[in-house]
Design a protein around this ligand. Structure first.
Ligand code: MSP
Length: 593
């Protein structure tokens, strides 16, 4: 069911209709082609977002791509603090017909439009806490040099030839389309207009002599790469979809445009009459960032994990690996694919006027709130629908009430007057469930809580590995809910520090709850870094104690020392996450509940 729907959503890859005008049959690729194994990618990690088109301001879908990459990169940094710091690159895709046309429509020079919109992306990512180590603009000189070098390598390896390209071109999608992928729709004056079947964007007939890349030679090598790296594309249905595409013929690809028609781009080396196809230009950004063609790039390639939306899978999973193999390089380590955000059930588009401004969302819901929402609700295998009420409901219930409420309950002066991480009492909460003794207070559900939180770090790591960040957050949220249940069950506010019978158990209840909060806070760092910092600081957890490798839960229960026991809590700094729906907060207060 899932697989079928993903395939439907993706359609089949578009391809140019290319009569082959000649050029010698170039070398065969395959047996000797490098592939990337898990080990090769272990030493370094390099995460990338797509480079974003600058034809329009950023929207929440773009931010979602960047947040997924940021969370994966942050997790990696927390898991392997000793290894080289992981890299995260993002940036803007500034050449091509789409941008040239958008600039003309706005009455601007392309460069001016690029400067303006690229700065908006940069600001958005900075404000949203996307910890990018690199921001690239494809109009930079370093990138032009990298693209021209890459082109030169392909040419030297006999993989480019001149041919007549004739077929449909979609400027909005910057891609060639076969007849089968084009349909007709009534235009503004009722005339019949050809449009892309998949995107609905207008297409135009193009006939010109271009440089053509011998993509067809790479069908077998690509299939071998995917078959021997079953996790190259995650989630699996996308991997399967690409293999399905490769069952069909793979035509050669036109990789340049006439520069009289498209001046806004990188000139083909040695032939100014042609401009490099914008997708080849854009894809090479992943190499430019790491210093290509200087040898230093080899320490980061092929450790790349590309985070992309499903609409650009064909470019990343077919064209890009083929181009890399052609240039004698390995395909990327991994391609993580996500689906799209719709708004109130509709595709987001400027013409529908329903584009959600991510800057306004960060303002309204806070940076951590909005990060949490997108990553908790976004499911890579499915399109997700956005509406404001959903954000308020989720954040109020999971961050304000459940997580923030739990922290307040366990640290409030009334209940924790000493302001410390209280001691755990093994006689109250013995390791063996069902153990008898006068001090035993723990119940069966309490053991279930301990098992759930103890298993949480591994569960979260597995979810990230499978690109299911939403599931990781669901698991964290479920543990927070269970911990609230634990506190509710034992009502520490009814226990007294003055009573010798109550005090050890009261301390134990708070200790266990704080331990659950510490584990959840540590695991939330990749998604809500500021909120997690506030939570962990309140618990008195130092920066050096926040890594994931050494994260152990409730050591006292397992008979070990706990470095936090007896430690002073950090200073009180107000509510962890204030409720967004204040009207409800007031109502609850007025009712005294
Ligand atoms: N410039 C190309 C990428 C070149 S990468 C070598 C491009 N740019 S884009 O701005 O159109 O899209 C960038 C990313 O945003 C893609 O991953 C795309 O899937 C994602 N999204 C665009 N709209 C989206 C939604 N509505 N929802 C989620 N992500 C979406 O393609």
């Amino acid at each position: 069911m899932l697989r079928a729907s993903v395939l439907r959503a993706l359609g089949r890859p578009a391809a140019a209709r290319v009569p082959l005008l000649g050029g010698p049959g170039a070398r065969r690729y395959g047996s000797g082609a490098p592939t990337v194994g898990e080990d090769a990618a272990h030493a370094r990690a390099y995460f990338t977002t797509p480079v974003f088109y600058v034809n329009a301001a950023p929207h929440i879908g773009h931010l979602y791509s960047a947040l997924l990459a940021d969370a994966l990169c942050r997790l990696r940094g927390l898991r392997a603090p000793g290894a080289a710091a992981p890299r995260l690159s993002t940036g803007t895709d500034e050449h091509g017909l789409k941008i040239q046309q958008a600039a003309a429509a706005a009455g601007l020079a392309p460069r001016a439009l690029c400067d303006r919109v690229s700065a908006q992306f940069r600001r958005l990512f900075r404000d949203a806490g996307v910890a990018a180590t690199d921001f690239i603009r494809t109009t930079e000189a370093r990138h032009r040099a990298a693209v021209q070098h890459f082109w030169g390598v392909l040419a030297a390896r006999g993989l480019l030839y001149k041919g007549l390209y004739e077929g449909w071109y979609c400027a909005s999608d910057e891609c060639f389309l076969p007849d089968a992928k084009v349909t007709r729709q009534p235009g503004p004056a009722g005339e019949s207009c050809p449009v892309s079947l998949e995107s609905g964007h207008p297409v135009s007939w193009t006939k010109e002599e271009n440089y053509i890349f011998r993509l067809s030679q790479f069908r077998e090598p690509l299939r071998r790469w995917l078959r021997s790296n079953p996790r190259a594309i995650v989630p699996e249905p996308f991997h399967h979809a690409v293999l399905q595409w490769l069952e069909e013929e793979l035509p050669d690809l036109s990789v340049s445009r006439r520069s009289s028609h498209l001046p806004w781009g990188i000139p083909v080396p040695g032939d100014d009459s042609q401009t490099v196809y914008v997708w080849v230009d854009a894809l090479v950004n992943y190499l430019t960032v790491i210093g290509y063609p200087n040898a230093e790039f080899r320490s980061w390639w092929p450790a790349a994990s590309h985070i992309i939306g499903k609409d650009i899978l064909k470019f990343h999973a077919i064209y890009w690996p083929a181009l890399l193999l052609g240039a004698g390089l390995s395909p990327p380590h991994r391609i993580y694919v996500h689906s799209h955000w719709t708004v109130c059930g509709q595709k987001m588009s400027k013409s529908l006027g329903n584009v959600v401004d991510p800057m306004a969302c960060l303002d309204r819901y806070t940076v951590d709130g909005f990060r949490y929402f997108l990553l908790r609700q976004g499911v890579p295998s499915w399109d997700c629908d956005y509406y404001d009420e959903k954000v308020v409901k989720l954040l109020d219930s999971e961050l304000a009430d459940a997580l923030g409420g739990l922290l307040s309950r366990c640290t409030a002066r009334r209940i924790n007057p000493a302001g410390t991480y209280p001691a755990f009492c093994p006689s109250c909460f013995p390791r063996e469930p069902g153990a008898q003794g006068p001090a035993v207070r723990a119940q069966a559900e309490d053991y279930a809580l301990v098992s759930a939180v103890a298993a949480l770090p591994k569960q979260v790591a597995d979810c990230y590995e499978n690109f299911q960040i939403y599931k990781a957050l669901e698991a964290v949220s479920s543990c927070v809910r269970q911990t609230n249940g634990f506190v509710q069950r034992h009502a520490p506010w009814k226990l007294s520090w003055e009573s010798p019978a109550d005090a050890p158990w009261l301390g134990t209840v708070l200790h266990v709850a704080l331990e659950c909060l510490r584990v959840c806070g540590t695991l939330l760092q990749p998604v809500t870094p500021n909120l997690a910092d506030k939570l962990l600081s309140r618990l008195g957890v130092s920066a050096a104690e926040r890594g994931l490798e050494e994260l152990s839960f409730l050591p006292r229960f397992y008979g070990h020392q706990c470095p936090f026991e007896g430690r002073r809590l950090g200073p009180e700094t107000g509510l962890l996450f204030p409720r967004l729906d204040q009207s409800r907060a007031r109502m609850v207060k007025a009712q005294g509940t």
